[in-house]
Design a protein around this ligand. Structure first.
Ligand SMILES: [Zn+2]
Length: 257
């Protein structure tokens, strides 16, 4: 009994640490989908800056830095909170929208920055484009984007945020290959439209999915909930990869620059 209580305390203590972004698997999946669509010249250019770090792993850097308090200033960059019934109003606050735009601007003018800084800009851009496609990164401050909602899924304690980051993706066997297979079914016109870089539209899409995210009762989400939302999660992951590739192609394709 005492041991059980200790275990519960440990679980409650570690949940908030891991529950902030697409899980590592989600970030890697999106990086792998993006890599599939990159031109060879862009791949070479990215590797020049990233060195031995793959694009998939580059997306993990911001989460790895969470363990280092010197990088605490980055914490507000992963999300934007907009309360229910409110809509986005541009401002100069630190949030995922402003930070993505800042990194795009840096990378457009990368000749002004050191190689190391450009590598950091790439890592931040990759991570935040991925985060922006997760509905709970554009959620409500009142429950810290679902991080404060403790629920159970498949008999295990989790949070609503982590369920959308990681648990449902793994339970439903969503992979980079299944996302690429989904995108392969899209007509050319749909792919062209989906690729367009529009950070505000990506945010609004994520936000429009919040009613689905919160559509459960009590403190448990069941397999029916996972079955219903898996296609949404797969599409968000697929679109994040496709759009990240387009953005990187635009920024690093020397034929366009
Ligand atoms: Zn994040």
């Amino acid at each position: 009994m005492k041991l059980n209580r200790i275990l519960v305390f440990i679980l409650i203590a570690i949940l908030p640490l891991r529950s902030f972004c697409w899980g590592g698997e989600g970030h890697k999946l999106i990086g792998n989908v993006a890599w599939h669509y990159l031109n060879q010249g862009v791949k070479d250019s990215l590797q020049f800056y990233l060195g031995s770090v793959s694009l998939a792993d580059a997306g993990l850097w911001m989460d790895e830095m969470r363990k280092n308090h010197e990088y605490d200033y980055m914490k507000p960059w992963h999300y934007i909170n907009i309360e229910k019934g409110e809509s986005y109003k541009p401002d100069t606050n630190q949030n995922v929208i402003n930070e993505i735009n800042k990194r795009i601007d840096h990378l457009k003018h990368r000749n002004l920055y050191s190689k190391g800084q450009v590598a950091v800009d790439i890592k931040i851009l990759v991570h935040l484009c991925e985060d922006l496609h997760m509905p709970l990164h554009v959620g409500y401050a009142s429950d810290t984007g679902g991080n404060a909602i403790h629920i159970s899924f498949m008999g295990k304690p989790t949070t609503l945020h982590w369920a959308w980051d990681n648990d449902i993706m793994l339970q439903q066997h969503i992979t980079a290959d299944s996302c690429l297979a989904l995108l392969a079914t899209f007509p050319e016109q749909k792919i062209r439209e989906a690729r367009r870089t529009n950070v505000i539209a990506w945010m609004n899409e994520s936000r429009s999915l919040l009613p689905n995210v919160y559509d459960y009762k009590g403190d448990t989400i069941d397999v029916a909930y996972a079955d219903k939302n898996a296609p949404i999660i797969k599409l968000r992951l697929a679109l994040a990869g496709l759009r990240l590739s387009e953005l990187l192609n635009e920024l690093f394709d020397t034929r366009k620059n």
